[in-house]
Design a protein around this ligand. Structure first.
Ligand code: GTP
Ligand code: SPV
Ligand code: MN
Length: 611
């Protein structure tokens, strides 16, 4: 299929090490894809869903111990420990290579090794990059076929001498002759998700799930790509990309970085509740951004499909996702209905009377446990989303007008605020905190710093990454997007979510666009610029004045606590922390001190500080 000698050597050396029974090159054809799906069904890994309910779609149950990304088993193996930085697990590359050699030695016995050539980004785009994943998991083949561009057309683009990222993946469970396979082979005792940034290599062992195994996504398009972006002057970010058209016909593009399971897919496919607005989707998880010839930051979505959180996705919250999922999709760790369809919490207002849960057990509404795993996912082609923007595959990318940061914060962080400058925005991104979700293994709900939503995905020292952001800002000057910080998850003191979210988030986006167009003034606070309450369109919302006040106010006591926590966090980076960020932290503290009144309430400030 190719004469690319580097690629042929890579396949041959990996085959010799892993010793699969056979090697299959993925050509991207419909017929081969169907046969891979059927082989998963034959092996007991997957079941066809009722074709009348969901044509050509599979239901898969993973091993109950292999359900999410494993951050504590994810390693950055840079030559120097400091180049991985204090937020990554560093491992010595030579040591790790030794470990991997023995783990991969014969690990594919009894299995097929698939060669998946994939392109991240539209084929032929100057922003796109090619990778090759060698894997013994047909589930990975099927998922990569949906979420990336794979096969013959990629090999053709690669040509005889093109460069590619090397990705090797094994579920880590050789099949001994005569032994029966399990439905979801994996190796829970030996999971290693390893990255070698200097040689742009990825070796992943022991897990078959999501970002651990679909190596084009988090491993390549974020961890390795962030290193390439640093070296080459572009940005690889954990961001959705969305297109908005105002009632007057003004088009803008936004990118937004929210941590895992904090609302990117939902914002990317939002159904606006304010009449006249149109929202179209470009991407839901990753943005690669470069300066265009016009000097503006242009973004492409490197993926071709969605690997989205199922729970919470319903006709009310995200009808566009529901429509996308109607066919040709893979559902992992969802529950199944008696008529051969899938179900998860939030899909319908009330649950069916009987289900089989994600572990294969009988389930009824009163049984006291969720039917779907909280990190149950759908894998579905982007092209099926009814609101894809026509330009979503434009090789030149789309010009970004605004960048949003946001996390899950019950307190402290208001509904929306604007940064004063790129530098201040970089600061706000760097101090982002968010409550942990089920997207990664570990305790849910714990507050942690997740700068730019990149904590688990930055392939190098986070302080250097911030320096890179600052440098991009200096290069782009006035052409840089404006930066905003949002929080859909603020709670009342008694624990009620204050903001309706989902389609009503258009109200916040509307204010953001009006700020970008300098159409509306904002209230200066010690942190950032917040809306005058009257400027946020709340028509038709059932939102009390007290709740609105709480959503928009800056509570100094909470923010002073935040300053202390950020100072301790920044200390971890030592002298690598950019001075500009240390200064921003000092400035924030002195503004908070000067404004010691317990709260900065936009309603009372209306007459004074505006900007
Ligand atoms: P990853 O794919 O892990 O990167 O997640 P994501 O950032 O794309 O998150 P997603 O949009 O899938 O949302 C995750 C969860 O948050 C789902 O259960 C949603 O229903 C919920 N969610 C999304 N947007 C909102 C919102 O505006 N308000 C509230 N309250 N919940 C939301
Ligand atoms: C995330 O966790 O941010 C995801 C899912 O988008 S995974 O592909 O598993 O990383
Ligand atoms: Mn994500």
């Amino acid at each position: 299929m190719t004469h690319n000698q580097e690629l042929l050597d890579f396949v041959e050396s990996t085959r010799a090490l892993c010793r699969p029974d056979r090697v299959v090159w993925i050509d991207g054809s419909e017929a081969q894809y169907r046969s891979i799906l059927q082989s998963m069904v034959d092996a007991g890994t997957a079941k066809w869903l009722n074709p009348e309910k969901r044509p050509n779609s599979l239901h898969v149950r993973s091993d109950p111990a292999d359900v999410a990304r494993v951050e504590d088993r994810t390693f950055i193996c840079s030559e120097h420990r400091d180049d991985a930085g204090p937020t990554n697990n560093w491992a010595d590359p030579a040591e790790m290579r030794k470990t991997l050699r023995s783990l991969f030695d014969g690990c594919m016995r009894g299995r097929t090794m698939y060669v998946i050539s994939f392109c991240m980004g539209p084929l032929g785009s100057p922003i796109a990059h090619i990778g090759v994943e060698l894997t013994d998991s047909p589930y990975v083949v099927a998922s990569m076929t949906i979420t990336t561009r794979v096969g013959a057309r990629v090999l053709e683009a690669l040509g005889d001498s093109g460069e590619f990222g090397r990705c090797v993946h094994s579920v880590g469970k050789p099949l001994e002759p005569g032994s029966r396979d399990v439905p979801w082979p994996c190796n829970n005792e030996n999971k290693y998700i390893t990255h070698f940034p200097e040689t742009r290599e990825i070796w992943s062992f022991g897990s078959g799930y999501g970002g651990n195994a679909l190596l084009g996504k988090k491993c390549f398009a974020l961890r390795i790509a962030s290193v390439m972006a640093r070296d080459e002057g572009w940005m690889a970010e954990h961001m959705l990309i969305v297109k908005l058209t105002s009632p007057e016909g003004r088009v803008s593009y936004m990118a937004a970085a929210f941590p895992s399971a904090c609302g990117k897919t939902n914002l990317a496919m939002l159904t606006p509740t304010v009449p006249g607005w149109k929202v179209e989707c470009i991407g839901d998880d990753i943005a690669w951004m470069r300066f265009g010839s016009d000097g503006r930051l242009r973004a492409v979505n490197p993926e071709a499909g969605f690997f989205g959180v199922a729970p919470g996705t319903g006709e009310k919250t995200n009808p566009n996702a529901v429509a996308t999922l109607r066919r040709e999709s893979i559902f992992t760790n969802c529950a199944t209905t008696d008529d051969g369809d899938v179900w998860w919490e939030g899909m319908t207002e009330s649950p069916p009377a009987h289900l089989i849960d994600w572990r294969g057990r009988d389930w009824s509404p009163d049984c006291g446990r969720p039917a779907a795993h909280p990190n149950a996912r759908f894998t579905t082609p982007a092209a099926q989303c009814p609101i894809m923007a026509p330009e979503w595959e434009d090789p030149a990318g789309v010009p970004i007008d605004a960048i949003l940061f946001g996390g899950r914060r019950a307190d402290t962080v208001p509904l929306v605020q604007e940064a004063r400058s790129w530098r201040h925005g970089t600061f706000l991104g760097s101090i982002m905190g968010s409550e942990k979700t089920a997207a990664a293994a570990g305790k849910v709900g714990e507050l942690r710093r997740d700068p730019m939503a990149m904590l688990p995905f930055c392939g190098y020292n986070m302080a250097d990454y911030w320096a890179h952001w600052l440098k991009m800002g200096l290069r782009g000057g006035d052409n840089m997007p404006r930066i905003f910080y949002v929080n859909w998850f603020a709670k009342s003191p008694d624990g009620r979510i204050l903001w309706p979210g989902f389609g009503d988030n258009i109200r916040v986006l509307e204010w953001i666009i009006r700020r970008c167009d300098d159409e509306v003034k904002a209230v200066e606070t010690p942190v950032g610029l917040v809306p005058h309450p009257g400027d946020l369109n709340t028509d038709g919302l059932n939102l009390s004045a007290d709740d609105l006040t709480r959503l928009l106010e800056i509570r100094s006591d909470e923010w002073l606590g935040e300053v202390d926590s950020v100072r301790a966090y920044y200390k971890r980076f030592g002298t690598r922390l950019p001075d500009a960020l240390a200064h921003e932290l000092e400035n924030l503290e002195s503004r908070l001190d000067a404004n010691r009144a317990p709260t900065t309430n936009p309603t009372t400030l209306r007459a004074t500080g505006t900007s």
